[in-house]
Ligand binder design. Sequence first.
Ligand SMILES: Cc1cc2nc3c(=O)[nH]c(=O)nc-3n(C[C@H](O)[C@H](O)[C@H](O)COP(=O)(O)O)c2cc1C
Length: 168
Amino acid sequence: MKKIGLFYATKAERTSWVAEKIQKEFGEDKIEVVAIEQAWQNDFAAYDCFIVGASTWFDGELPTYWDELLPELRTMELKGKKVAIFGLGDQIRYPENFADGIGLLAEVFEGDGATLVGFTSSEGYTFERSRALRGNQWCGLVIDLDNQSEQAKKKIKEWCEQVKKEFA
Ligand SMILES: Cc1cc2nc3c(=O)[nH]c(=O)nc-3n(C[C@H](O)[C@H](O)[C@H](O)COP(=O)(O)O)c2cc1C
């Protein structure tokens, strides 16, 4: 059985809400939650697969704790590991940096040799630019609780089913 770790900044309120839903979808005994504010390289080494989540702040930057950890995260060796990324953003107020945090995390984990999974369609979102795009797809799950909160639960559920298969 593959060991799955879910890493996110627990003080980010909306990200926490999404993370809880993901944990429930996988089953609470199937996934271990790690607060990124307490995480260190060894915590990542302990898992075969990761789910990592972050909102976007400060016009296209990662929120507190993720941004502080970035230099450390860039030195990890994650070859053979799979990473699924989820992120939150606001497409109406920040159309030029929509959900950039996902793209930033994707660059870091790919640079460490990990394989990204959990890509989703960018249809149904309105924005100008995003670092989270790969062609027409998001390189993860994008949740906009500011403008499309009614879609969130369905998107999370479907993404978890997809990621479970891709982690297997
Ligand atoms: C000061 C500030 C800056 C933000 N910058 C961005 C941004 O550049 N891009 C984006 O997509 N969302 C941006 N957002 C929206 C947040 O990512 C969004 O509201 C998210 O749901 C917050 O989740 P959290 O409570 O877990 O941090 C910003 C929000 C605030 C308050």
